[in-house]
Design a protein around this ligand. Structure first.
Ligand code: NAD
Ligand code: TYD
Length: 339
């Protein structure tokens, strides 16, 4: 099976490519990535130097560019598409929503259009729990919860989900949507909570927690998400939506305190800063449908996953240095100055 993975140079896409190539000797991957600030060729360097390199092809391009996408289908027979490519950071979407609409909405439309024209037998669209909005103290999101996105990021993801749904209904296109909770693990760009807190703690810098730190996320180790996507790719019902979660609800303050403890750093590094506008209070996923139909079950507790993650970041300090371009540092500086 040859799978077109989009956004494979990002955090989850790169982990998914490693996961698939090591699990299935008959799988080949074509990776289409625009190499934005979040896409890093270094994420796949070990692969390009290892025994699986013959089954991996990289194409530099934009999912929103019709020529780039159709060119791939002319060059390669594609058996399935997994669409990870996205602008993915909520804070950036608040500062500048336009690229989120271009990539997440128009890019997904372009990919869907070409894939259905080429009669691709399988399309998995990677979405997020954030499309459901925010929960109160009780309850969990199910696949039939209404969509109520609160940030430009989640609104663009919800719009893409609607297009995927419409392609299934209108063209009987065999697409599946997966919605996952917050991921963490190796190769995550240090603008997201866990790698940013690791980086700051290592450098004895303040760890900025938005608001009161009581916002809750349901954390999932990235390879558990990869397992879910693999199951959806192989066994998902066309037209279905599957929630994935980690069964690990934590407040941000709990996450940061656990991280500091594992790193042997003091809690005095914690610094409460101005809240994110429109900050969703709580996410929690009911993934009983994925459990029942796909056999999905996360394999890591939060403590196990965090330990693996922190060990990886400790052993890969060079990676951390390499992803921090001038543009990224400028963005973060501005962001903190605004607070
Ligand atoms: P990321 O920001 O780390 O990586 C995104 C990748 O997409 C990068 O390699 C980037 O270069 C590429 N890309 C961006 N625009 C592109 C374009 N126009 N054409 C081609 N490539 C492009 O993101 P991530 O955290 O790996 O997230 C991957 C997917 O999973 C996204 O769709 C995101 O919405 C979804 N998701 C993420 C999380 C999470 O916790 N990170 C949770 C649920 C769902
Ligand atoms: P983030 O990793 O940006 O993911 P998302 O917004 O998609 O959930 O943020 C996770 C949580 O951590 C979210 O509630 C915002 C909070 N947060 C902070 O408190 N401080 C930070 O510096 C960052 C990046 C996030």
């Amino acid at each position: 099976m040859r799978v077109l993975v989009t956004g494979g140079c990002g955090f989850i896409g790169a982990n998914f490519i490693y996961y698939m190539l090591s699990k299935y000797p008959d799988v080949e991957i074509v990776n289409l990535d625009k190499l934005t600030y979040a896409g890093n060729l270094a994420n796949l360097r070990p692969l390009e130097q290892g025994p699986d390199k013959e089954r991996y092809f990289f194409v530099h391009g934009d999912i929103a560019d019709p020529g780039a996408v159709s060119g791939i289908f002319e060059k390669f027979r594609i058996d399935a598409v997994v669409n990870f490519a996205a602008e993915s950071h909520v804070d950036r979407s608040i500062n500048d929503p336009a690229p989120f609409v271009t990539t997440n909405v128009l890019g997904t439309q372009n990919l869907l259009w070409t894939a259905q024209e080429k009669s691709v037998p399988r399309f998995v669209h990677i979405s997020t729990d954030e499309v459901y909005g925010s929960l109160g103290a009780e309850g969990k999101f199910t696949e039939s919860s209404s969509l109520a996105p609160n940030s430009p990021y989640s609104a663009s993801k919800a719009a893409a989900d609607m297009l995927v749904r419409a392609y299934h209904k209108t063209y009987a296109f065999p697409a599946v949507i997966t919605r996952c909770s917050n991921n963490y693990g190796p190769y995550q760009f240090p603008e997201k909570l866990i790698p940013l807190m690791f980086k700051n703690a290592q450098e004895d810098k303040p760890l900025p927690i938005y608001g009161d730190g009581q916002n809750v996320r349901d954390w999932i180790y990235v390879t558990d998400h990869c397992l879910g996507v693999d199951l959806a790719l192989r066994k998902g019902r066309p037209g279905a939506i599957y929630n994935f979660g980690g069964d690990a609800e934590k407040t941000n303050l709990e996450v940061v305190k656990t991280l500091l403890k594992q790193l042997g750093k003091p809690e005095s590094l914690i610094s409460f800063v101005k809240d994110r506008p429109g900050h969703d209070r709580r996410y929690a996923m009911d993934f009983s449908l994925a459990r029942k139909e796909l056999g999905f079950k996360p394999e890591h507790t939060f403590e196990q996953g965090l330990e693996k993650t922190l060990s990886w970041y400790r052993e890969n300090q060079e990676w951390m240095q390499s992803v921090q371009s001038g543009a990224y540092l400028e963005f973060m500086k501005q962001w903190y100055e605004d607070r």
